[in-house]
Design a protein. Structure first.
Length: 212
């Protein structure tokens, strides 16, 4: 099941929204942005503290199912939306938009979602996307990365220490290199065909991007 999660970041940073999502879940102010683009979410989640009374009425009157949460809580609205999504649809392929381009604390919280043990079983099912970037998580093992045709650059961002990182069929290759702290290996590029990645321990975000 293809599921789109829409957080409250600036819609000017959104990628194009295709028609092939089975479910659309709005997160807090993301619901308002969807409605004003003529898209009605299947579910609205959040504390809705970023909406005034008129905006809340607009969301609550049009979305069939709304789950509200207290403003003071341990989870962010995005964390809560991911939890609810995988509770309902454990095999969902989730694309999260509206999660970048705004406050840096929100951006970091969203990128670090992959470090949470509760999301570990779903890492390969999560993509964070905006107009110029796609972010995917990979854990230790062997991986084949396919190029997104519209993207030029390829980066490997070590969210944790990473051991024996090997990169093949990319412009800048590595052979069993250890990284002892979080590191961004930026501005790499694909060669012909798919990139090959392997490492023995750690967690990496694979970022494909382009200049806007």
């Amino acid at each position: 099941m293809k599921t789109l999660l829409v957080a409250g970041g600036d819609p000017n940073h959104w990628p194009a929204i295709s028609n092939d999502f089975d479910k659309i879940i709005g997160i807090d102010r993301g619901n308002l942005y969807l409605l004003r683009r003529g898209i009605i979410p299947d579910l609205a989640i959040g504390d809705f503290d970023s909406l005034n009374d008129a905006e809340k009425k607009e969301v609550f009157s049009q979305v069939a199912e709304v789950q509200t949460s207290p403003a003071e809580k341990d989870d962010t609205d995005t964390q809560l939306a991911l939890v609810r999504t995988f509770e309902r649809y454990p095999k969902a392929d989730v694309t999260l938009i509206g999660a970048t381009g705004g406050r840096l604390d929100h951006l970091l919280a969203n990128l670090w979602l992959g470090l949470e043990p509760r999301f570990e079983p779903f890492l390969s099912q999560i993509t964070i996307a905006d107009k110029g970037n796609t972010v995917n998580y990979i854990s230790s093992g062997n991986h084949v990365i396919e190029k997104i045709p519209s993207m030029k650059y390829l980066a490997f961002c070590c969210l944790t220490p990473v051991n024996k990182l090997t990169l093949k069929n990319v412009k800048y290759e590595l052979d069993a290199v250890d990284f002892l702290q979080p590191t961004s290996l930026a501005s790499n590029e694909f060669l012909t065909g798919n990139a090959e990645v392997s490492f023995s321990t750690g967690l990496i975000t694979v970022i494909q991007s382009k200049d806007i």
